[in-house]
Design a protein. Structure first.
Length: 440
């Protein structure tokens, strides 16, 4: 039986082995990476017109129709097109959700330099066969004055609407509903002192529109709150999910029907992963398992396959290198972590997850060099139960145009088995569509 104290004493939880792969020293110094050349055929990025060029996929793109027969490798994924679709012409963190019969919705923040400095919130719909369709471009009333790494919160509410959750430059958390026709409801202020290092989480639970976010006030522990609304925007419930004697941050939903919310009580040594079922009030909060050496600020991604809960997280590995680890819990079994991305580089990383009926699908940043500022690439890996252990498939590597950097990726799965991957590159935000091995 695993016991956790409610206080900040890390010794109350036995820490599993940390994600610490061995890295052999190299006698040859890593050369400074050079940004790849800009594609001369690509449309120029116009800061005043982020929609420019979105109607051009490029001559090199080979797009397969929706539902085309693409055979992914065993325990792996395959791209549906040889070139990604550009969704927005300036880089920044973005989210994706599967909505409707055959499509996905994407949203992100974008810095704007002209006609005057500011920040935009954008929303685009896209599908594997078809061009991106802009739904919303809106200047934030209070723009952020820092470089964002956390994307807006996004979740499908039904087949024709999504929920948007943002944190503005004044640290207010806000929520709105957007239809696929492009009409947006009034913003609802959820609360102040929102921690902009963490994305809000949005989902439908118990037939209600549910939003969770991290609050951070000076000289107080971080806290996770959630609010539930009915379809008209009327508030039905509001709860602080932080447990007595704990702090809480980084909420993320398991992307499944009535899947729980997963969040973290962070500590420098051993932290606790917690889950909350938000389909009922008051919510039931449980400790899922401990994890050690979590990177600060934490990044979590969760999935559920059968009765097994998977949680991926950013970690600090050997020699303070950053890594992405994977833990799972099933009944009383809580094995040590597996490395999705070994600790072979430095600086912040990112992770996201979704699932099929038989696999957890994980995407993560991976450094292309050891130095802190090394460009990133995105890897996609499958995890599946294998008896009493977990098997990780070989990674699919995704890079930006012209073999350029790619980072801050997120993934979503449509019910037809198509996956959408969104990521930030040097000259904008891109989407790639995939098929993954889902077993029998």
């Amino acid at each position: 039986m695993l016991l956790l104290a409610c206080g900040g004493d890390d010794a109350a939880v036995e820490a599993p082995p940390t994600v610490e792969p061995t890295v052999e020293p190299s006698s040859t110094p890593t050369p400074t990476p050079v940004d790849p050349p800009v594609d001369p055929t690509a449309p120029p990025a116009d800061p005043s017109d982020p929609l420019a060029g979105l109607d051009e996929l490029g001559d090199e793109a080979q797009v397969l129709p929706v539902g085309a027969v693409v055979t992914p490798p065993a325990d792996g994924c395959a791209l549906l097109a040889s070139a990604p679709q550009r969704l927005w012409s300036s880089p920044g963190p973005a989210s994706v959700a599967a909505v409707g019969d055959d499509g996905f919705v994407f949203t992100g923040y974008a810095r704007r330099a002209e006609p005057e400095p500011g920040e935009d919130l954008w929303v685009v719909a896209a599908r594997p066969l078809g061009l991106p369709r802009p739904l919303l471009r809106e200047a934030l009333e209070i723009p952020a004055r820092f470089e964002r790494r956390a994307a807006p919160g996004l979740g499908a509410l039904d087949t024709g609407r999504v929920g948007l959750a943002i944190t503005d430059g004044a640290a207010n958390a806000r929520f709105s509903v957007l239809s696929l026709a492009g009409s947006r409801a009034e913003w609802i202020v959820l609360g102040d002192s929102a921690d902009q290092r963490f994305s809000p989480a949005v989902a439908t639970r118990g037939g209600r529109h549910t939003v969770a976010w991290t609050q951070s006030r000076a000289n107080e522990p971080m806290r996770v709150f959630y609010v539930a609304f009915d379809p008209t925007g009327r508030e039905l419930a509001r709860h602080d999910l932080t447990q007595p004697g704990m702090s809480a941050c980084a909420p993320t939903f398991v992307d499944a029907a009535d899947g729980p919310l997963v969040f973290l009580d962070p500590h420098a040594g051993t932290s606790a992963l917690l889950t909350a079922s938000l389909a009922i009030d008051p919510p039931e909060v449980h400790v899922l398992r401990p994890v050690s050496h979590v990177y600060d600020p934490a990044q979590l991604a969760a999935a559920r396959v059968g009765t097994r809960d998977f949680v991926a997280y950013t970690a600090v590995g050997t020699a303070a290198a950053t890594a992405v680890g994977l833990v799972w819990s099933e009944g009383v079994r809580q094995p040590p972590p597996l490395p999705i991305v070994p600790g072979e580089g430095y600086g912040p990383l990112h992770v996201s997850a979704t699932q099929s009926p038989t696999r957890a699908v994980l995407v993560a940043d991976r450094p292309r060099g050891r130095e802190r500022g090394a460009p990133r690439e995105v890897i996609v890996r499958l995890a599946r139960p294998d008896g009493e252990s977990t098997r990780l498939g070989e990674p699919l590597v995704v890079r930006g145009p012209n073999d350029g950097p790619a980072s801050l990726a997120r993934i979503a799965r449509h019910s037809d088995g198509t996956y959408a991957l969104v990521y930030s590159a040097t000259d904008g935000v891109y989407a790639s569509f995939l098929r993954c091995d889902e077993g029998a």
